[in-house]
Design a protein around this ligand. Structure first.
Ligand code: FE
Length: 344
């Protein structure tokens, strides 16, 4: 869009997540969606890189013939098989599907940060696979070979295909609903459900004092991901306020049905990871855990909970809860903040 010379100060009330009238996507101020700026600042304060985490103990345990059972090895490999491509799917969705349609410059600021964080996460999985001397082509190709991973990825990719189309534009009722559906599928399902069995598996290892370097990587990733999820939910709720006509009863039911479909796929994936159950975690526990978090996602966008079950993995909320982070997170944050003040 060409710049209108002397057009006066931007009217903040015209700023919208999508379909901003005369949207000026270059001017950050005046800011309307301040949640995006808060997320951007939190992301910067939490900056980290995979290479900062020692993988030495993991390497020793992975090479040892007695430190891990064959079930544990299979679980770890399958989880990595999901992770290695999942964040590339997320990055593409942020950069190629969401970014160009978002007309709020402050939301674009955070999407840029989020896209970078997805790249750091893919780097972390690559770093784990390389450190342990695993077969890269096997692990990175698992999304095509393991049906339970394929089905999850395929659900997200198939539903989101429409808004990747070069001709896709927001501005009609149908397309705006399609955009909102993408956001729900991507945030609530991909980032809000499909990562969580895998997170639980990694923290299961950590609780057994196994593969703790990998688990630490995942803990950083999960901290970023909970911010991505919050931001996605904030965007969904802001669009609901700005364009309430999109949030029809029929649309709400569609989102609930998609979440329920995702819960089944995630549960199926968990049974693939843990055919016999390890660390006191079994398929029944996973089913209940996934149902529990699915209800939390639905509630955050004002939809009715569907399962009403308690959290069987209460220890997960400690791993997730950002207020109860271990000291190394605090240290890391301080180090980066100091780093920014160094003079060269
Ligand atoms: Fe993410």
């Amino acid at each position: 869009m060409p710049i209108t010379k002397g057009a006066g100060v931007v009217d903040i009330n015209k700023r919208r997540i999508i379909n901003g009238v005369d949207a000026d996507v270059i001017q950050l101020y005046p800011m309307r969606h301040t949640f995006a700026w808060d997320a951007y600042m939190a992301g910067n304060a939490n900056h980290w890189l995979p290479t900062e985490i020692s993988m030495q103990r993991d390497i020793e345990q992975w090479r040892s013939s007695s430190a891990l059972t064959s079930d544990e090895r299979k679980a770890f490999e399958t989880v990595l098989g999901f992770f290695t491509t999942a964040d590339s799917i997320a990055a593409n969705n942020v950069v190629l599907a969401l970014y160009k349609h978002v007309t709020s410059p402050e939301c674009r600021m955070y999407l840029l940060r989020q896209g970078y964080e997805e790249a750091v996460h893919t780097h972390a999985y690559q770093y784990i696979v390389e450190s342990l001397g695993m077969d890269e082509s096997k692990i990175f190709n698992m999304y095509r070979e393991v049906k339970a991973i394929y089905d999850k990825d395929n659900m997200v990719l198939a539903l989101n295909e429409g808004i990747f189309a070069p001709a896709f534009k927001t501005g009609t009722f149908e397309n705006d609903q399609k955009f909102l559906e993408n956001l729900c599928v991507f945030s609530l399902i991909m980032e809000g459900i499909f990562f969580y069995s895998s997170f639980a598996v990694m923290f299961g290892f950590q609780r057994q004092n196994k593969l703790t370097g990998s688990a630490e990587q995942i803990q950083y990733i999960m901290r970023d991901e909970s911010q991505h999820l919050n931001f996605g939910i904030n965007m969904i709720n802001a669009i609901k306020e700005e364009q309430p006509e999109l949030w029809t009863k029929e649309f709400q039911q569609r989102i609930i049905d998609l979440v329920k479909r995702a819960v089944v796929l995630e549960y199926t994936f968990a049974t693939e990871v843990f055919p016999r159950g390890i660390f006191g975690m079994n398929a029944a526990g996973f089913k209940q855990y996934i149902e529990h978090i699915a209800d939390r996602r639905l509630e955050r966008v004002g939809l009715a909970s569907q399962y009403n079950v308690t959290n069987p993995f209460t220890w997960m909320s400690e791993a997730v809860d950002l207020n109860k982070e271990k000291n190394f997170f605090e240290t890391r944050v301080t180090e980066y903040k100091t780093g920014g003040q160094l003079s060269w």
